[in-house]
Design a protein around this ligand. Structure first.
Ligand SMILES: NC(=O)c1ccc[n+]([C@@H]2O[C@H](COP(=O)([O-])OP(=O)(O)OC[C@H]3O[C@@H](n4cnc5c(N)ncnc54)[C@H](O)[C@@H]3O)[C@@H](O)[C@H]2O)c1
Length: 308
């Protein structure tokens, strides 16, 4: 039997993620939203592309959580997206209410699912889904680091005129302006970029990465990024369903690792069929540690603002 993935929120990120999942033959997809006609219409439209694209995964658009029952993975993209001038944190309370109610309904019908949270502010929404679901930490992960490091890889490849395929990058910390791109561990064909670029260029690429979301919001004006977020979400769902043991930066509930206890923060983890299988702990320099701690504090402030 084919895997079943529910995508909650049939907006830009959700429908694009659904498209990638079916086009890459990964799973059948249930697309669910609160707006009448949107999930139904988008799912049908996508399914009508199947004969042309040559996939036989099935899609269903719905507003009824009964249709999501028995999903192996549930991707939560429901919520409001950032508008120009709005920080991810402005979204906190509005999206808290949405993610809380979505999680309650999802877990009722798919008690064994792995939750992949995408809604912003990411780390606080992952914490919300974790608390409300009562799931073990292994089955709640947040998507941010894959996107942030994809952006960093893109900028490095642009700067050096090389293929993105040969560029690896790590970004740690919360998914906000305080995220920590780790240049020392970011490499082109194994060579750290700190040896390939002058320090001021490395810094400029790090800053562009940390502001990567805002850069797209500033250009689009009416919404936020979705192609790269959807691709990043796909990569995590694929790692889980394919039991690939991919080492990917994900927002993860830490219990002492990296000196953090009781919060979701982006760190490298091994992602497989069990969800979060292992945290990949790395040693930080004093400077990196200071930046990481600042980012963790930003996450803590948001979580402190959430209803208990
Ligand atoms: N983690 C990341 O790296 C990352 C990247 C991009 C976007 N995001 C976040 O993902 C979310 C979605 O972004 P988008 O661009 O797709 O926004 P969007 O506005 O296009 O789509 C959001 C969808 O959620 C739906 N929705 C609202 N309340 C709902 C509910 N209670 N149940 C089900 N659906 C509901 C809306 O009707 C809408 O269709 C936003 O919070 C955005 O900030 C996160």
């Amino acid at each position: 039997m084919r895997n079943k993935v529910t995508v909650v929120g049939a907006g830009n990120v959700g429908s694009s993620a659904a498209q990638r999942i079916v086009e890459k033959h990964l799973a059948d997809v249930v697309l669910i939203d609160v707006v009448e006609g949107i999930p139904e219409g988008k799912a049908l439209d996508l399914w009508e592309s199947a004969p042309v694209e040559g996939y036989d995964c099935r899609l269903r658009g719905t507003r009824d959580y009964a249709d999501t029952a028995g999903s192996e993975v549930v991707v939560i993209t429901a919520g409001l997206a950032r508008k120009p001038g709005m920080s991810r944190d402005d979204l906190l309370m509005k999206n808290y209410e949405i993610v809380r109610s979505v999680t309650e309904q999802v877990v009722r019908h798919s008690p064994d699912a792995i939750l992949v949270v995408v809604s912003n502010p990411l780390d606080a929404m992952a914490q919300t889904a974790f608390r409300v679901s009562g799931f073990p930490k292994q089955r709640v992960v947040g998507m941010a680091g894959v996107l942030d490091s994809a952006r960093f890889r893109t900028f490095i490849a642009m700067e050096l005129g090389v293929s993105v395929k040969d560029v690896h990058a790590f970004v740690l910390g919360g998914h906000g302006d305080t995220m920590v791109p780790l240049s020392r561990y970011s490499t082109v064909a194994g060579v750290p970029i700190t040896e390939l670029l002058p320090a001021d260029r490395v810094k400029a690429l790090e800053e562009r990465t940390a502001n990567g979301g805002a850069e797209i919001v500033g250009l689009l004006k009416t919404g936020s990024a979705f192609y790269a977020p959807a691709a990043s979400t796909f990569e995590m769902v694929d790692a889980i369903l394919g039991d690939r043991k991919r080492v990917l930066p994900c927002a993860t509930y830490l219990e002492g690792e990296f000196g953090v206890d009781g919060y979701f923060v982006g760190v490298p983890v091994v992602l497989g069929r069990g969800g979060l299988e292992r945290v990949f702990e790395i040693t930080l320099t004093d400077e990196e540690r200071a930046a990481f701690d600042k980012s963790v504090n930003a996450v803590k402030e948001l979580v402190a603002a959430l209803p208990a």
